[in-house]
Design a protein around this ligand. Structure first.
Ligand code: GAL
Length: 326
């Protein structure tokens, strides 16, 4: 076996857009539209404007987007959901649009963006607007998204990490880490089916009993099984990944353990999961991870790996410093 060098998986590699600027799109996703991949995420704050620990983890810009035809060269498309300078606005910055996810609704022909919303000044908490879901829509993938507000998917809860998954039949599901302070319930991932227009919650819901104290969900599907890769809850510090699988999104999910191979430090190769997506015209599915850099969030790094789907309906992830799609 190749000798493992710890430094290999500890480095922070800058990814640049076609203008030479660092790609600043945290914990978002990829949506493929008309032959182009669009990569979006929350833009972290630049260091000089946010001294102090973790000051860069909020945004004073918003959600930004980049486009590419080859997943390698990324052209900046601009801010699609903007922070606002009006102190009365939900979007007054700095704040957070954490883990934004965009899905296209075939019936309404709208792009629907959900995120974990945290109002100014962007601290997770127990108060109003400090742990909710934000919603915005747009008629084009890369236009200016219209803010529709924030809400809770279930009563008496705080929303932490989340994702949205569009299924084969066109229905969409929200998966989120439900944090309950009031009744001592364990933190746990929940699945909630969205309405047909993806703009509200339905009562079709499932608590993933096996996924207590997990976050950073990234969903993929292959040969009859849905998989979620998750992290534990250690904030920006990395920890061991754990995957779950199910045949039906609203059934029981089975814990299938850590999918990372040769991850000797049990840190998900020193990253945290973000999102998974399919490469058009191939069998390849890529899982996006991030290596957060709390001393300068703009210097966080992206790690994208191919998901290996095994014959026994499990998944494996192997660290690769470089790889290509062929
Ligand atoms: C992580 C979480 C991120 C962010 C961070 C701290 O655990 O996955 O989305 O919330 O904590 O702000």
């Amino acid at each position: 076996m190749r000798e493992f060098k710890h430094g290999e998986i500890n480095e922070f590699v800058d990814w640049h857009d076609t203008d030479g600027n660092i790609i600043n799109a945290s914990d978002g996703g990829i949506i493929f539209v008309d032959g182009k991949y669009h990569w979006y995420g929350m833009a972290f704050r630049d260091l000089p404007f946010c001294p102090g620990p973790n000051g860069g983890q909020m945004t004073d810009i918003g959600v930004v987007m980049y486009e590419s035809t080859d997943l390698l060269n990324w052209k900046y498309e601009g801010v699609i959901l903007e922070v606002n300078s009006d102190p009365e606005s939900d979007l007054f910055g700095p704040m957070r649009f954490e883990r934004p996810k965009i899905v296209y609704n075939d019936k309404t022909k709208q792009f629907v963006l959900w995120c974990h919303y945290v109002k100014y000044p962007g601290n997770h908490g127990k108060g109003y607007g400090e742990g909710d879901l934000g919603l915005a829509v747009c008629d084009s993938v890369n236009g200016k998204y219209k803010w529709l507000g924030f809400s809770k998917p279930q009563p008496d809860c705080f929303v932490r990490d989340m994702t949205v998954y569009k299924d084969k039949d066109g229905s969409a599901y929200l998966i989120y880490d439900k944090h309950v302070y009031l009744n001592g319930e364990d933190r746990c991932l929940h699945v909630i089916k969205l309405s047909d227009d993806y703009l509200s919650y339905t009562d079709t819901q499932k608590r993933i009993e096996s996924a207590t104290w997990r976050e950073a969900p990234a969903v993929s599907y292959k040969d009859g099984y849905y998989y979620i890769v998750t992290s534990g809850l250690t904030g920006w510090n990395t920890n061991q990944a754990k995957a779950f699988r199910t045949k039906h999104l609203l059934d029981e999910w089975e814990d299938i353990g850590d999918p990372c191979i040769d991850d000797f430090t049990h840190t998900t190769f020193n990253t945290q999961s973000t999102n998974a997506f399919c490469v058009d015209g191939t069998d390849i599915q890529i899982i996006m991870f991030e290596r957060h850099n709390t001393s300068n969030f703009l210097k966080s790094s992206y790690v994208w790996l191919p998901i290996e789907f095994n014959d026994n309906n499990t998944i494996s992830l192997r660290y690769k410093k470089e790889w290509n799609l062929k």
